[in-house]
Unconditional design. Structure first.
Length: 560
């Protein structure tokens, strides 16, 4: 197992370098930004990262609300996976935060800084297992002005003017607020803890379960929370405010699951009437489709946040308006009406516990894996509540929101996010795959199998593609290539002459060959390619109302 891990990481390192070299030629419409040295150091598996494997993170923080500063420490336990390795350990921490000191086995460790990258000079000879390094840091972290989109610490006040602090850092990473390995390929295998020190008048919430609550002489209280499962760097979080707790028992697929709702004191009634029942409905449905909730050991909680939402593992941020709809105003972006049957924020963020937290993309460029499947979760919950037709119409209503500004998958190895289409276009790809498989039981087994076979693992798009094609018995390479790696929307061209209907795909990759359902073939399915094909029809009236089934994201064009 250890040997496989070493070989696997070597292969992946070479794979990343290759993709970084060729991605400018292999993808279209990517922004012309030339990656900087910092982009590469932050986004790739460098020699200073690859030799050590995180086992556990013990993080302590003390935010200062008045000055918008933070101080703390992170003790990282790690294993050495390469006997011959760099004597430098790369730690990421974004300026103006700074490392104050570093210790290993009680001795000071020297370090240097290259902008947001810090190199700790560690001993060449180390034990292969159970090494620890303690990093003290402080300063003024990046403030998030438009959370969660820009990332950083969120310093807010609740509606009564009381301090309300939280974190949102998915896109740029957790190094915005604590020293870490700011890459998603390496998660602490045995979990993490976070201790938050706050004034006695406030409550601090973190991931997992509360391990201790200690009152300090300086009129602060330290809350220590811990998760037992691996966790990605941006999934670690804290919330500070005037919270109260409501616990709701829930019997899930794996037994009793502790549901905790940490809400601002004045939101109690709304939580009881909206947040709690909405969450239970979502979890029941998502367990059915995706498999058991992945983190029974760590419990599940939703926490009131000042921004719209974020999938912090086992401690989801909820910033909705306590009403159904796809936005805070209770609207429905699909324009179908079905979006008003659930609270999108509840469903979407809970779905991330399976796709995003349990199963995490290795590189942010593959974020569609997390967002696309969470979008699929929104559809599946609506379908469970209102029927399959409702779910299909809801999905089809979202097609018009796809922008096709750039490919869903971005360039690897530079911490670059792809198009915002990774939400809906990634979801559309999975929706079409489910439609083509045309077997709910098989599709459900694939979704559950992903969460079982990749439990607590990081994955690539290629691994997802291979898994789905293998388990379904259908090769979907053409579909992933078209919808995730290009911006072109396939066009189905057709023409009618002398009782014969001809059709083909254009504006697509040469290998694109997606079967689709129509209203004019005998079994409703046709199998177009980029070459003209023909079908005998009785009369021209058959083609007068030619329609493509609403489950497919393509364009229809009649030609002469």
């Amino acid at each position: 197992m250890q040997l496989f891990l070493i070989i696997n990481k070597k292969i992946f390192f070479l794979f990343i370098l290759n993709l970084l070299f060729c991605s400018l030629h292999a993808q279209e419409n990517i922004a012309a930004k030339i990656p900087t040295k910092q982009d590469t150091l932050n986004g790739s598996i460098t020699p200073e990262r690859i030799w050590w494997d995180i086992q556990y993170c013990d993080l302590s923080v003390k935010p200062d609300y008045l000055n918008k500063t933070i101080s703390g420490k992170n003790e990282i336990e790690y294993n050495v996976i390469h006997k011959k390795h760099s004597d430098l350990m790369q730690i990421d921490l974004v300026s103006p935060l700074k490392i104050d000191s570093v210790f290993q086995k009680g001795k000071k460790i020297e370090y240097t800084q290259d902008q947001n990258i810090w190199y700790l000079k560690t001993p060449q000879k180390q034990a292969l297992k159970n090494n620890k390094i303690l990093i003290y840091y402080s300063g003024k972290p990046t403030e998030s002005i438009k959370p969660p989109w820009d990332g950083g610490l969120v310093w807010e006040k609740d509606s009564l003017g009381r301090p309300w602090i939280s974190v949102a850092c998915q896109y740029k990473g957790a190094s915005l607020w604590y020293p870490c390995k700011n890459t998603m390929y390496d998660e602490p295998d045995r979990g993490a803890s976070i201790s938050i020190s706050v004034p006695d008048s406030l409550t601090a919430i973190g991931n997992g379960r509360l391990k201790s609550k200690i009152k300090n002489p300086d009129h602060t209280t330290t809350y220590k929370w811990e998760v037992k499962n691996p966790i990605n760097h941006y999934g670690i979080t804290f919330y500070i405010g005037n919270y109260i707790n409501i616990r709701q028992p829930f019997n899930g697929e794996n037994g009793k699951l502790d549901l905790d709702f940490w809400i601002l004191d004045y939101n109690k009634a709304k939580a009881e009437s909206h947040l709690i029942p909405g969450s239970i409905t979502a979890i029941k449905s998502l367990e059915h489709w995706f498999g058991p909730y992945p983190f029974y050991e760590d419990g599940f909680k939703i926490v009131d946040a000042s921004y719209i939402g974020m999938e912090h593992q086992s401690a989801i941020a909820y910033g909705g308006a306590y009403k159904n709809g796809t936005n805070k105003k209770g609207g429905d972006i699909s324009n179908t009406g079905w979006g008003k049957k659930t609270d999108k924020i509840i469903v979407h963020e809970i779905a991330h516990e399976w796709f995003g937290n349990n199963l995490t993309a290795i590189d942010i460029a593959d974020r569609w894996i997390q967002e696309g499947f969470a979008g699929l979760g929104e559809e599946l919950v609506i379908a469970d509540i209102c029927g399959r037709k409702a779910g299909n119409e809801f999905m089809a209503g979202r097609f018009r929101t796809i922008e096709n500004d750039k490919p869903v998958i971005a360039r690897y190895g530079i911490n670059e996010d792809g198009s915002n289409d990774n939400y809906v276009k990634g979801w559309a790809a999975m929706h079409m795959i489910g439609t083509i498989i045309n077997d709910d039981d098989k599709f459900r087994k694939i979704l559950r199998g992903l969460n079982q076979d990749f439990h607590n693992k990081t994955v690539t798009t290629n691994e997802i593609e291979t898994y789905i094609s293998t388990k379904s018995g259908i090769t979907f390479d053409y579909l992933f290539d078209q919808y995730l790696r290009t911006t072109k929307v396939p066009i189905l061209q057709y023409k009618y002459k002398n009782g014969e209907l001809s059709y083909r795909y254009t504006n697509c990759n040469q290998n694109f060959s997606m079967p689709i359902k129509t209203n004019w073939s005998q079994d409703n399915w046709i199998h177009p390619t980029t070459s003209w094909q023909t079908l005998q029809v009785e009369n021209e009236e058959t083609t007068a109302d030619l329609k493509i089934n609403l489950n497919f994201y393509i364009t229809l064009q009649k030609v002469e």
